[in-house]
Design a protein around this ligand. Structure first.
Ligand code: PRT
Ligand code: ZN
Length: 299
C-alpha cells in the first residue's frame, strides 16, 4: 500500500474496533457502500463502488491520510486535533470535512475533589497528566497558563492518586470514570465527536468518488433525525397546522381531487415528531396523519 497519486480507487480508514467502529461502518453502509473482507480483515475491497476500506486503530487514521495512504477517514476530533497540533507546522495535509454526530465526548480538565478551581489560572505551576499533550499545551498557551504537562499513554485518571500529577486532562463522556477516581471536572479543552477527515489534496478519478461519497454522507446526516409527515387538512386550517409542524421547512401542499376545501400536506420535519405534535395538529383540523421514517435523501 502506498501514497501513490495514480491510484484510481478511493480509500477510507475507520476504526477497526472500539467506540467508533460500529457507527462508522454503519454510516458507510447507509451510504450504499459494501465491502468484501480480506483474510487479514484489515483491508476491505469495495464492491458497490471503487471505494475500499481500511480497518485500523483510531490513532493511526490522521497519519494514514497525511501520508496519502488513505483519502478519507473517520476519527474523533480529539485524535485529529492532536495530530494537527503535534505537527505544529501549520502545513498539515488533512482537514475536518464533516462532524458526524456520534462518539460525542469532551477533553476536560479535572482536579481532585475538594481542591479549588476558579479558572485556567488555577492550574498555574501544577502538573497535569494527559495523553493529549499538544492539545493541552495549546489550550494552556491560549489561556496564558504555565503548567507542567505529564505525558501518559493511558490510565490518566489515576495519576493524581499516585501522586504523579495534580490534575488531569482526559476524555469524558458520562463522567463516571472521573467520579470513581474522586476527580471533579472543571473545564473543557475540546468538544469532540466523530468527524470525517480528509486529505486536503485529492486528484484524478478519486475526486469524483469523494464528491459522491460526501453527497451521500450529507444525505444520511440530513435524514438521520428527519420524519416525513403526511396529513389532510381543511384549507382554512392550513396556516395553523403549518405552525405546529416541528422543525419543518415550507411543506408542499396539494389540492385533493373533488374536494375544493381540502388539501394534502407533505413535510420533512427535523427532530422528533411526538404524539403531542400529532394531537395538536389533529385538534387544529388535520386528519389522516402519518409519520414516516426517511431512509435516503438526495437534495
Ligand atoms: O484501539 P484504538 O486505538 O482504535 O481505540 P482506543 O481505545 O484508542 O479508542 P476508543 O475506542 O476508546 O475511543 C475512540 C474515540 O471515541 C475517542 O478518540 C473519542 O473520540 C471517542 N470517545 C467518546 C471516547 C469516549 N467517548 C470515552 N468516554 N473515548 C474514550 N473515552 C474514555 C475516556 O478516555 C475515559 O477513560 O472513557 C472513559 C470516560 O468515560 P466516562 O463515561 O466514564 O466519562
Ligand atoms: Zn486509540
Amino acid at each position: 500500500m502506498s501514497g501513490d497519486d495514480s491510484r484510481a480507487r478511493l480509500r477510507i480508514a475507520v476504526q477497526k474496533s472500539g467506540r467508533l467502529a460500529e457507527a462508522s461502518q454503519d454510516l458507510l453502509a447507509r451510504c450504499g457502500l459494501s465491502f468484501r473482507r480480506s483474510r487479514d480483515k484489515l483491508f476491505c475491497y469495495g464492491e458497490a463502488l471503487a471505494i475500499d476500506l481500511l480497518l485500523v486503530r483510531d490513532d493511526d487514521i490522521p497519519g494514514l491520510i497525511a501520508q496519502g495512504v488513505c483519502d478519507l477517514g473517520i476519527a474523533g476530533r480529539n485524535v485529529v486535533n492532536e495530530f494537527v497540533l503535534d505537527r505544529g507546522d501549520g502545513q498539515t495535509a488533512i482537514a475536518e470535512l464533516r462532524a458526524l454526530d456520534f462518539g460525542r465526548c469532551r477533553l476536560a480538565i479535572a482536579v481532585p475533589r475538594g481542591s479549588t478551581y476558579t479558572g485556567p489560572k488555577s492550574l498555574e505551576g501544577l502538573r497535569i497528566a494527559t495523553t493529549y499533550t499538544a492539545t493541552l499545551g495549546d489550550w494552556l498557551r491560549r489561556n496564558g497558563v504555565r503548567a507542567q504537562i505529564v505525558s501518559l499513554s493511558g490510565s490518566v485518571e489515576i495519576a493524581p492518586r499516585l501522586g504523579s500529577a495534580d490534575a488531569v486532562c482526559d476524555l469524558v463522556s458520562s463522567g463516571a470514570t472521573l467520579a470513581a477516581n474522586q476527580l471533579r471536572e472543571v473545564d473543557t479543552v475540546l468538544e469532540s465527536e466523530a468527524v470525517l477527515v480528509a486529505a486536503t489534496e485529492c486528484t484524478g478519478e478519486r475526486v469524483e468518488l469523494r464528491e459522491l461519497l460526501l453527497r451521500r454522507i450529507d444525505g444520511v446526516l440530513d435524514v438521520r433525525e428527519s420524519k416525513l409527515v403526511l396529513l389532510h387538512a381543511p384549507r382554512a386550517a392550513l396556516a395553523a397546522i403549518e405552525r405546529l409542524l416541528p422543525g419543518a421547512p415550507a411543506p408542499s401542499v396539494t389540492a385533493v381531487e373533488g374536494k375544493a376545501d381540502e388539501v394534502s400536506l407533505q413535510a420533512l420535519c427535523r427532530g422528533s415528531v411526538t404524539w403531542q405534535h400529532l394531537e395538536d395538529m389533529k385538534r387544529a383540523g388535520a386528519t389522516r396523519l402519518f409519520v414516516l421514517p426517511v431512509e435516503k435523501m438526495l437534495a
